[in-house]
Ligand binder design. Sequence first.
Ligand SMILES: [Zn+2]
Length: 263
Amino acid sequence: MFYRKERVNVMFGIQHNEASEVNLAPPSAARYQNSLLRAFDHELIARLRLAPVVFKAGHRIEQPGKPVKNLYFLESGMASMTTLFHNGSEVEVGMFGYESVIGVSALMGTIQSLNHVYTQIEGTGYECRYEAALQEFNYFGAFHKLCLRYVQAQLLQSSQSAGCAAMHNYEQRLARWLLISADRAHIETFKMSQEFLSHMLGSTRSTVSVVAGTLKKEKLIDYKRGEISILDRKGLEKRSCECYQVIRDYLANYEKFDTAHTA
Ligand SMILES: [Zn+2]
């Protein structure tokens, strides 16, 4: 397969490395970081007609009521799904990393997006046109099967997070969120505003400041100038609630499991 000479086209915060004349062949499945792409064979990958993209932090991928034109397979970085309430508050309801395909709900009929989705941690990935993805989905083969399993993984993540918000305290939830974010992006230091952390916790900025200050005092994290570093992963795991392990294990293995049991 031949691609044209790479041309970087910056549009709406995404850099498209467009195809042209030089043999810029897509990587073999083993070289992908994305869980779904790693599981697909070369023919399936070719049918998806993927285009590499670079995501800047803060780039909006989906907005409520706007049609999903592309699906995205993240290779690095992390994106969040949030929901907006009438009083203006915004709360995170989903996270996307290397295990994800963003926009998958469009394949099940929800073509107008229901939520905001935007990049929290900059990264790279692949874009797939909705039409190509739908055609592959309707073959009822490996793509169909894995997309459905991924939707189940998203549901598990959302339901566990809902239960977590009702049962566990701010310190536990912040520890869980930091660990899951770091796992998604494969990094231990990342930029994160207090404003977004308050969206994630469903709290005020002052609460975030107190909670992050507690974890910092315990030398589990460092937090300065909008940058968070995990200093003691084992300690942070102990400080987190059980929800971290449940979500981590499911997201790491959903493509292999036939049931929801992860033990
Ligand atoms: Zn929890």
